[in-house]
Each structure stands twice: as C-alpha cells, then as structure tokens.
Write a protein that binds this ligand. Structure first.
Ligand SMILES: Cc1cc2nc3c(=O)[nH]c(=O)nc-3n(C[C@H](O)[C@H](O)[C@H](O)COP(=O)(O)OP(=O)(O)OC[C@H]3O[C@@H](n4cnc5c(N)ncnc54)[C@H](O)[C@@H]3O)c2cc1C
Length: 401
C-alpha cells in the first residue's frame, strides 16, 4: 500500500486528498497535514471587515470532514522535507511517504517594506481570518472619524482581484453608512501597469470596465506604483510621491512557506516549488506541488514586478492534475499533463453592490475568448457559491463542478 502525504488543507490540498481517496480507495493510505484545523473559504475574507461574513459562516472542521472519507488528518505544522530519504518532519513526528503533495499556499512577506502590515506597521490586511477581524476593529474605529483611504497591492503581490474587491466594498460601505462625503479620497495603489492587469496581462474589455467603475464611484488610481516605505499616515513611493491615508488595506508580497524554504532542493529562492505540466517536482518525481505553493509561468515582465495570481479554481485544477498523475503512476495508466497557461481563468469579482463573473479560454493573452459579465441585480452569486463550495468540500464531492 502506498502512503501519500499532503501538506495543506485548503483549495489545493483538500481537492487532492479527496480525489486520491476516491480513486485509490484501499490501495493507498492518504494523510493530510495542516497547520490550521479548519478549511477557510478565503474569498469571503474581504467581507469580514464590514461584518457581512463571520468566521463560522466561512469555515468547517477538517478532521471531521476528512475522517468521514477515510483520510487521516494530522493537525500540525510540517517543518522540513528530506527528499532523498522520502521523509518529512512535523512539529510532532517523522513521517515517510511514497508520494508527497505540497499545497501549503503562501506566507506573507510584510517584512519587505518598513511600515507594512497590521503587526509591524500601519496598514491592514485581509489575507487570513485573524487579520480580517483585526481589520474589522480598525474599520469600526475609522468610520467614527473618517479620512483618506488607500487600498492596493505592493510590488511582487499576486492577489490583485482581492484588492479590487476590497476597494469596491469600502466605497459601498461608506455610501451605506452615509459618510462617503466625509472621505476626501479613496485611492487604489497598485504595482500593476494598468487597471485590471490582475497579474495576467489583463483581459479584453476589463480595463474600460474597471476604469468606468472607478470613475462612477470616485476612486482614483495610481498604477505602476512601487512602495518605498509606509509611515503613520502616508505611503511613500519610490518615485517620490506621497499618498496620505487614515485607513489602508494593502496586499503584501507573497513568499513560500517555511517548510519549503527550510528544505534543501525543494523550492526556489522565494520558497515556491518548480513543477512540470503534471505539477510534479522537476527533480524529485514523487513530489508534487499545487496551488499557490507551485511556481507558475508569467505573461511577461512589467515595469514594476507583479506576481501571477493563483486563484481557488486554478489551485483546484493543479491539485486535480497532480492527483490524476499520481494515480496514473500507481495504476500504470496514461499520464495527463495540463500546462498552467491552459487553465481557464474563472472567478466572481465582488464590486460592492454588484459583482462581475469573469471567464476566459486560457490564462494569458492572446485568448480566443473572454467575458466579463456584470450582475447588476446585486452581489448574491458569490455568497451562493460560497455556501455551495463549503458544502461540496465538507462532503468530499470534488467531482462536482
Ligand atoms: C483576501 C483574498 C481573497 C481571495 N479571493 C479569491 C476569489 O475571490 N476567488 C478565487 O478563486 N481566489 C481568491 N483568492 C485566492 C485563493 O484564496 C487561493 O487561490 C487559495 O487559497 C489557494 O489555495 P492553496 O490550497 O494553494 O493555499 P492556501 O489556501 O493558502 O492554503 C494553504 C494550506 O496549507 C496549510 N499550511 C501552510 N503551511 C503549512 C505547514 N508548514 N504545515 C502544514 N500545513 C501548512 C495551511 O494551514 C492551509 O491549510 C483570494 C485570496 C485572498 C488572500
């Protein structure tokens, strides 16, 4: 019996675990290790600061869900991988494996810039539930005595979609609270070369749409921005400009998790894992990486460096491909690669009081087809999807769309 160990219990890790168990049944022992004991629907974190979503509405317990499917769950952090020995260490044990899937997502590099982040700086973040809840407290204080707002993403960040969603929600909340006029400026600050580049080179029709949304809502934008430093009430840019703020949410740069950075021969200098089109490690053929943990190609250089986003859907697809190829190894069947560039960009972007459904044929331009379809009747599709997705993942139905 083969032992397959999966590091990470989120979009990529959970998808891989269910897929492997469903196909291999008693032929493999599947163990999932996660530092968090819950699955979090991270896309809904953008609503936590404004009270629209609370922790219990967007999470479920991994242990119960996994054990129901016959998958072992260890709630602990993985510390180091020894690929030559097919062995890894965690906070609690040493564990050997036949196959390993690294799905540990990103760590957030707040240290890159002085003054960045809620712990060591002056900006807020919504990248995990604790930060999002801290941000909620700060927002509640801010609305009592408002001032200028900045929302954005630093150089090397790769989650621009979330920054757009946050700024639209901020503006919408101010209107709801009838204090929009008390806020002198709302600025979107981004390393993207143009609005709606998203780190994937943009999409046909996206730029005029986002520019119109900004104009209509009175949001100004600074693109090609490289942040030098953040001080108590202002952001200093490398080109000498200063952007004042009283409340700021800035997406930080992403790096790989410690377990990858501490393991020789596993990751690149940033701690992400180089993989082939099967999401298999370039050197160690029994190690795979999926989701944000994997290195993916880029659409080309930009004046200020940006990261390529790896959304929940892309993370799932990568994990599915990795799982299929492990199954092919074990059952000696045909391998099924899928290059990252061929994955469909697919997501719903919340725009405050409405949402936009985004779909395309492939990741980077030129694309045969892409569409951005606004839902002008509200922003309920994403909430419905959240509920459906949590049910799907809790019950292990990863074969559903
Ligand atoms: C604010 C925000 C909004 C977003 N909105 C959207 C959206 O609207 N749509 C969309 O498609 N995508 C969105 N994304 C992106 C989406 O959340 C990611 O694509 C997705 O979470 C990536 O999944 P993953 O499994 O690769 O990693 P993660 O979700 O980051 O999960 C990593 C897992 O690894 C575990 N882990 C980490 N280190 C260790 C360790 N050493 N040992 C054991 N376990 C470890 C963690 O506990 C976690 O379970 C958003 C992201 C953010 C931050």
């Amino acid at each position: 019996m083969k032992r397959i160990v999966i590091l990470g219990g989120s979009f990529a890790g959970l998808t891989a675990a269910y897929k492997l168990k469903r196909n291999l049944r008693e032929d493999a022992e599947i163990i999932l290790i996660s530092r968090t004991d819950k699955f979090w629907f991270i896309p809904s974190l953008i609503w936590v600061p404004f009270g629209r979503r609370k922790r219990d509405q967007i999470s479920f317990d991994l242990k119960e869900a996994l054990e129901k499917q016959g998958i072992l769950f260890y709630h602990e952090g993985a510390k180091q991988i020894f690929p030559e020995k097919n062995l890894l260490t965690t906070e609690k044990r040493d564990l050997s494996y036949d196959y390993l899937i690294i799905a540990t997502g990103p760590a957030y590099n707040f240290q890159l810039l002085s003054g960045l982040g809620p712990k060591t700086g002056y900006t807020h973040s919504v990248c995990n539930i604790n930060e999002a809840e801290e941000c909620k407290n700060a927002w509640e204080e801010f609305v009592k005595d408002p001032g200028p707002i900045v929302v954005g993403a630093t150089q090397f960040a790769s989650c621009f979609g979330a920054a757009y969603e946050v700024i639209f929600n901020v503006e919408h909340q101010l209107r709801k609270l009838k204090i929009r006029k008390k806020v002198p400026s709302i600025t979107y600050l981004t390393s993207e070369p143009f609005l709606s580049h998203f780190g994937i080179g943009g999409m046909f029709g996206s730029r005029p749409m986002i520019e119109a949304f900004f104009k209509f809502r009175g949001i100004s934008a600074i693109t090609n921005a490289a942040i030098k430093e953040i001080q108590t009430n202002k952001i200093l840019l490398e080109d000498g400009r200063e952007v004042p703020f009283k409340f700021a949410i800035i997406i930080p740069p992403f790096v790989g998790q410690d377990v990858v950075r501490n393991s020789e021969g596993i990751g690149n200098e940033k701690g992400f894992v180089e993989v082939d089109h099967e999401y298999r490690h370039k050197k160690y053929k029994n190690i795979f990486a999926a989701g944000v943990a994997a290195v993916v190609p880029s659409p080309g250089p930009t004046p200020i460096p940006v990261g390529v986003p790896k959304t929940g859907y892309m993370s799932e697809v990568m994990a599915e491909v990795a799982a299929k190829n492990i199954i092919a190894d074990i059952k000696n069947t045909k391998h099924k690669p899928k290059p990252f560039e061929k994955i469909t960009p697919l997501c719903i972007m919340d725009a405050g009081d409405m949402e936009v459904f985004i779909v395309g044929t492939n990741m980077f331009p030129p694309r045969k087809f892409n569409a951005l379809i606004p839902n002008i009747f509200g922003d309920w599709m994403k909430i419905l999807f959240e509920k459906y997705y949590l049910w799907k993942m809790k019950t292990g139905r990863v074969y559903l769309p």
